[in-house]
Design a protein around this ligand. Structure first.
Ligand code: ASP
Length: 721
């Protein structure tokens, strides 16, 4: 075999191998969002853990695993009566939903003085991971060589649904879910307890919970009290139930003890949480697609929507309340993408990746067997991402019509339900299966109540029609071709469609859920008609996505295999919304030349930043408390004041919001809520040099609760005497 390699190749391969392995070594330090099954391999004691790691995860013990909940992002139980701590920004939507101009909890904060005063967090659920098992063999058993990529995807989807159905049957009351760990390669079945009655207990005023707003988001130094308390309830029989005044607080198997003395610089910490998505195992061609096509387009589009919604919000507080949560979500992603794009440039990351792949290619070419098995994967992947780039403007319009125009979203949901609900349960798109359909029916009215404002819907609709009109001829969306033809007046068309639809009328929509597609065609409703016309386009897009997924699954699985062989490493799966552990130390870093960021901020910084205007409008009562300097047991002894936020070198991403920051003894010392500007690129690559996460120091949260919130009794419930 050796003979086949020429000397020039050997030298360049070696040089590249050296570059790549040195990259990997720096990356190794504390990188990793570890599935809990892997943590015994981590030697956490050597890293600084003092507790028995099996008390973090061991199915036979009351381990910490059961104290962590998925709330969209993450939260954790901090009392035996179901009290949950998470981020203010995680509860933001529910707080908005509970607010009115008269009772503006979002602006002023909220405290339930008794259990009876706790209010439902609309739409919020909390999931606890109960168990997981590797079901890769069962899932992949249905994949046959001769299948087309789309058939492969369908077969896998079908098998997953069967496994989920069987697991839910065998475990009544639990929710099952199969997560793809390595795409195309490994699949785990998770069992969850899904709590459905979640209530708000304490919410700080916006000027504390969101202090610094978007200016400070993804930034350090930070002074945001980004925490909120909620409580989970269950039926009197102890089982998960929808909201009812008769429900009782949920008693978790375990909860986290709080250490009110916090941590100090250099301390070991770990986080448990539900990180959303990372893309560290994907090829350079994917990074190129993200960098050159998708992220810039989405960031610009979100910016356009934010400007629109901010303008609309000037009308009245009532109108602003409809937009607050949407703006927050859009702005969070927009700034994150801008941060990532800056990071990609700063690190010249695409070139790094390409260089790694050159070395990988040389490694593949050096062996005819490898060449036969893996010779085409990188070029095939590149071809797929190029195709996605070409089709992007068209799919952008279709995707965003559904995502951002609420009345069109309603109409499409009705149309899709009519088609999907005709099929046997296991053949439907997951959202329309019996186990999920009620959620659609609940979410639609909630979205209408909390987020729908006709002038905003209309403006977004017009803008997307404009984009559809501008599509090149070979990308035109058939169902819109006539509507947006060259002579058409888009303003008139959009106004007319919105005038002649009843897709904002919930009673009307309720009459449509059980209709057949043919019945819907008889209904004279302009938006419904548009959705029916466009439905085949969405079907085509879905089918194309299935084909692409089938191709990508196979290629990405191979890419992981060969990269592992090449680098001599075992990878851990990218984040995928399942429970992970990550660890690090409380430590600062050097973001750029001659600048060092210390790991703690203090209340003094809150005073310094305060301007009296949003988002730096600290409540006068808080300024007074800070001035009085009576911090008592919440004083950070090194800093002689209360520390507000902290930095640590754990590996986190979106979804880790609300994750408990836990000390070496398994006690909660803070709540994760963000990353620094340089760490926005974590989703692609992590480095000890620049990846830092940001959490609120528990001492600040407790001090706020006690002094500003007047909620000292909750500290008692948390066992803080
Ligand atoms: N602030 C982040 C979020 O919104 C948390 C993170 O991405 O680190 O999800």
């Amino acid at each position: 075999m050796r003979k086949l390699i020429n000397i020039k190749n050997v030298t360049s391969t070696l040089v590249l191998l050296l570059i790549v392995s040195s990259l990997c070594l720096t990356v190794q330090a504390d990188e990793g969002m570890w599935p809990l099954s892997e943590i015994q391999k981590l030697n956490l004691h050597e890293k600084g853990l003092r507790m028995d790691p099996s008390l973090i995860y061991d199915p036979s013990k009351q381990s910490l695993l059961y104290a962590v909940v998925q709330l969209g992002a993450t939260g954790s139980f901090i009392s035996e009566e179901g009290l949950i701590i998470t981020n203010h920004h995680v509860a933001f939507g529910s707080v908005q939903a509970a607010s009115t101009p008269e009772k503006d909890y979002l602006k002023n904060g909220f405290l339930a003085r008794t259990r009876a005063e706790e209010i439902p967090a609309a739409g919020q659920t909390a999931r606890i991971t109960e168990s997981f098992e590797d079901v890769s063999a069962a899932v992949l058993s249905v994949v046959k060589k001769k299948m087309s990529p789309a058939e492969r995807t369908k077969a896998v989807e079908r098998k997953i649904k069967e496994l989920v159905a069987a697991a839910e049957k065998a475990n009544p009351g639990k929710r099952a879910e199969v997560a793809e760990m390595f795409p195309g390669k490994s699949y785990w079945l998770f069992l969850y307890t899904n709590l459905r009655d979640i209530r708000l207990v304490y919410v700080p005023p916006l000027a504390v919970g969101n202090f610094g707003g978007e200016d400070d988001n993804w930034m350090w130094p930070r002074h945001t009290g980004d925490f909120t308390l909620m409580r989970a309830y269950v039926g009197p029989d102890g089982k998960p139930a929808e909201y009812s005044p008769n429900n009782v607080p949920f008693r978790p198997k375990t909860y986290l003890k709080i250490n009110p003395s916090g941590v100090k610089e250099g301390d070991f910490v770990f986080l448990l949480g539900y990180p959303g998505r990372t893309y560290r195992h994907l090829p350079a061609s994917y990074i190129a697609y993200e960098q050159n096509v998708r992220m810039p387009a989405v960031a610009d589009w979100y910016e356009w929507q934010i400007n629109l919604m901010e303008e609309m919000s000037k009308t009245s507080r009532e109108v602003a309340l409809k937009h607050d949560s949407r703006i927050k979500g859009l702005a969070n992603t927009m700034k994150n993408y801008r941060g990532k794009l800056a990071g990609l440039q700063r690190l010249n990351y695409l070139a790094q990746k390409q260089q790694e792949e050159e070395a990988l290619k040389a490694f593949i070419q050096a062996d005819p067997k490898r060449q036969a098995a893996y010779g085409e994967i990188l070029s095939s992947l590149e071809k797929i991402y190029k195709e996605m780039e070409l089709g992007y403007p068209r799919s952008f319009v279709l995707d965003n019509l559904r995502r951002s125009v609420i009345l069109f979203q309603n109409a499409m949901t009705v149309v899709e339900a009519a088609h999907e609900r005709q099929k046997p349960d296991l053949e439907r798109n997951a959202a329309y299966m019996d186990r999920n359909f009620s959620r659609i029916k609940q979410r639609l009215p909630l979205t209408m109540r909390t987020s729908f404002y006709l002038p905003t819907d209309l403006a977004i609709f017009k803008e997307l029609l404009k984009k559809a009109k501008a599509l090149p001829d070979n990308q035109k969306i058939e169902g819109l071709r006539q509507l947006v033809s060259s002579g058409s007046n888009l303003d008139e068309i959009a106004n007319d469609i919105l005038k002649k639809t009843r897709m904002q009328d919930l009673e009307f929509i309720n009459t449509l859920w059980d209709r057949k597609p043919a019945d819907l065609k008889q209904i004279d409703d302009s938006m419904l008609k548009l959705a029916l016309t466009l439905y085949p386009e969405y079907l085509k897009m879905e089918e194309a996505n299935r084909t692409r997924k089938g191709q990508l699954d196979e290629l990405q699985a191979k890419l992981v295999d060969i990269r592992q062989e090449f680098l001599g490493q075992q990878f851990i799966p990218d984040a995928n919304g399942t429970l992970r552990l990550t660890y690090g130390r409380v430590e600062g870093y050097e973001p750029r030349d001659a600048v060092f960021y210390k790991p703690f901020t203090t209340v003094q910084g809150v005073v310094e930043k305060t301007t009296g205007r949003e988002p730096y409008d600290t409540p006068p009562a808080l300024l007074e408390l800070i001035n009085q300097k009576e911090f008592g047991r919440f004083t950070n002894p090194e800093l002689k004041t209360v520390s507000v936020c902290m930095l640590y070198s754990a590996d986190t991403t979106g979804g880790n919001s609300g994750s408990p920051i836990i000390n070496a003894d398994g006690e909660l010392v803070g709540v994760n809520f963000d990353r620094t500007w340089e760490a926005t690129i974590n989703d692609f690559t992590w480095s000890h040099d620049f990846s830092r996460s940001i959490g609120v120091d528990i001492r600040y949260a407790l001090w706020i609760l006690q002094e500003l919130g007047g909620a000292g009794y909750l500290l008692g419930e948390m066992g803080i005497k």
